[in-house]
Design a protein around this ligand. Structure first.
Ligand code: UDX
Ligand code: UDX
Length: 457
């Protein structure tokens, strides 16, 4: 039985290995992490991340051919294939601070693989999103001296989205495997492709060179984010001209060349990948003396910041330019529904700006309250957290919808209106509520890219 080790038991490593173990009963898979707490949680009934369908898969495979452990060196000694799914945050210091990738953990992991691996042939798989040519650095570290192990580095980026991770893994649009263009590289790619072929049709498994694979991942995220920034930029124009962004989005999405997905106007994109990956891409372009290309992609991030700021300014301007001591209820802190993940969520800058205006904030989220508490721990001001949405709105002057949880569409808004101060305001940062019926109840409603519905003369 071949052995797979995955380093990094996060949002990517955990679900990916669970699905792999489910389909590849002929492999023994161990997921390791430096965090003892995370591993303990993976071994408990209370998994460290919320992801629909994940509990069921983990229950089926844990202890059968999927194991979670903190013994990284022990795992490396036995591994034939090592997936690396550690986080690659943006650098916060020195050259490239705030833009380039911080590769220190990546390099440490490479050194650790080099030190502890014992099998004659080991395939190292890049799962984490990395700057293009990161595989070279990995290979150089692995080939120092005269090791008894032959290492082959393969890029196999992950395209799963949080909230739909299990579905995306079960039924991927494509699986990308990039390797060196020689016999050993091709053989390694085939082995990785064979793993996925346990359940993914062969025609969906693309074999490319390493650099194409690395770049495709960065570029896929940049393209997705660019669509969101594009539609969001037009919400501002809709509000000025009387056009309706939902109508515009539908009209352009029906053009087969454009397509309907990822055209949902929003307060802005969040998540651990989009902003980080675009900044990495831009930094990479600068590194290769392509400043015009770098600026083009950076503008996608700038537009996202503009949209978040615009949403905040709208809240302020429409509440008579003062938020001091007013209560505002934040509906949703996660960066998207069906996850407890709050990394880079627009909720954080919105709360920060509201606190600076001395507003009183009450945060509600069905799954992300614990992370919200951690994110807001260092901010001063009047912040409270509520698990019951009706309690959260008691005495509030306004509600800001940041995450389009289905729950928010199903609430009793007459009851909510009765619990709030008047005039009552709703700022829908996701255009997910029924604006006309809210208006008829008595709310002043502020959607994105659509006419405002207010009772003021
Ligand atoms: C993602 C993707 O892997 C990556 O492509 C993207 O660039 C950002 O993050 P994700 O799974 O979402 O990773 O990150 P996270 O949930 O933070 O998990 C990473 C795990 O790696 C953590 O549990 C961390 O403790 C672990 N880790 C990190 C190690 O085990 N060793 C290290 O040296 C560093
Ligand atoms: C993304 C990519 O989709 C995935 O392929 C990659 O592996 C990791 O990054 P993720 O960040 O988990 O996945 O979620 P995604 O569904 O892409 O949403 C990202 C952000 O964009 C969210 O804040 C979401 O609310 C926002 N979004 C998405 C919009 O504002 N409008 C849309 O139309 C779609």
């Amino acid at each position: 039985m071949k052995k797979i080790l995955c380093i990094g038991a996060g949002y990517v490593g955990g679900p990916t290995m669970a699905v792999l173990a489910d389909h590849c009963k002929d492999y023994q898979i161990t997921v390791v992490d430096i965090s003892e707490e995370r591993i303990a949680s993976w071994n408990s009934d209370n998994l460290p991340i919320y992801e629909p369908g994940l509990d069921e898969v983990v229950k089926r495979v844990r202890g059968r051919n999927l194991f979670f452990s903190t013994d990284i060196s022990g795992g490396l000694q036995e591994a034939d294939i090592v997936f690396v799914a550690i986080n690659t945050p943006t650098k916060t210091f020195g050259e490239g601070a705030g833009r380039g990738a911080d590769l220190q953990y990546w390099e440490q992991t490479a050194r650790s693989i080099f030190q502890h691996a014992t099998k004659p042939e080991v395939i190292v798989v890049e799962k984490s999103t990395l700057p293009v040519r990161a595989a070279t650095a990995m290979a150089r570290i692995l080939h120092v001296g005269n090791p008894t192990t032959h290492f082959e580095v393969v890029s196999n980026p992950e395209f799963l989205a949080e909230g739909t991770a299990i579905r995306d893994l079960e039924n991927p649009d494509r699986v990308l495997v990039g390797g060196r263009d020689n016999e050993s590289g091709r053989k390694a790619c085939e082995q990785i492709a064979d793993l996925y072929a346990h359940w993914v049709p062969r025609e969906k498994i693309l074999l490319t060179n390493v650099w194409s694979s690395e770049l495709s991942k960065l570029f896929a995220n940049a393209m997705l984010a660019q669509r969101i920034s594009s539609i969001n930029s037009i919400t501002a124009l809709c509000e000025k001209t009387g056009a309706d962004i939902s109508e515009v989005s539908k009209a352009i999405g029906m053009d087969q060349r454009i397509g309907p997905n990822f055209l949902q106007a929003s307060i802005g994109f969040g998540g651990s990948c989009f902003r980080k990956d675009i900044l990495h891409l831009a930094y990479l372009c600068e590194h290769y003396h392509l400043p015009e290309v770098a600026k083009y992609w950076e503008s996608v991030v700038k537009m996202n910041e503009y949209q978040i700021n615009r949403f905040f300014k709208n809240i302020l301007a429409n509440q008579f330019n003062t938020m001091a001591y007013k209560k505002i209820t934040i509906f949703g802190f996660a960066f998207k529904p069906d996850t407890g993940d709050t990394r880079d969520s627009p909720a954080l800058p919105i709360c920060q700006k509201l606190l600076a205006e001395q507003a009183r904030i009450c945060v509600h989220d069905p799954k992300a309250l614990e992370n919200a508490k951690k994110d807001l721990a260092h901010f001063k001001g009047d912040i409270s957290y509520e698990e019951d949405p009706y309690k959260a709105v008691e005495g509030a002057h306004s509600i800001a919808v940041i995450t389009h949880w289905r729950d928010y569409r199903e609430l009793d808004y007459q009851r909510i209106f009765d619990l709030m101060e008047k005039p009552a305001f709703i700022f829908d940062g996701r255009n997910c509520l029924d604006h006309q019926s809210l208006f008829e109840i008595g709310f002043n409603v502020f959607p994105l890219g659509k006419p405002h519905l207010t009772h003021f003369k």
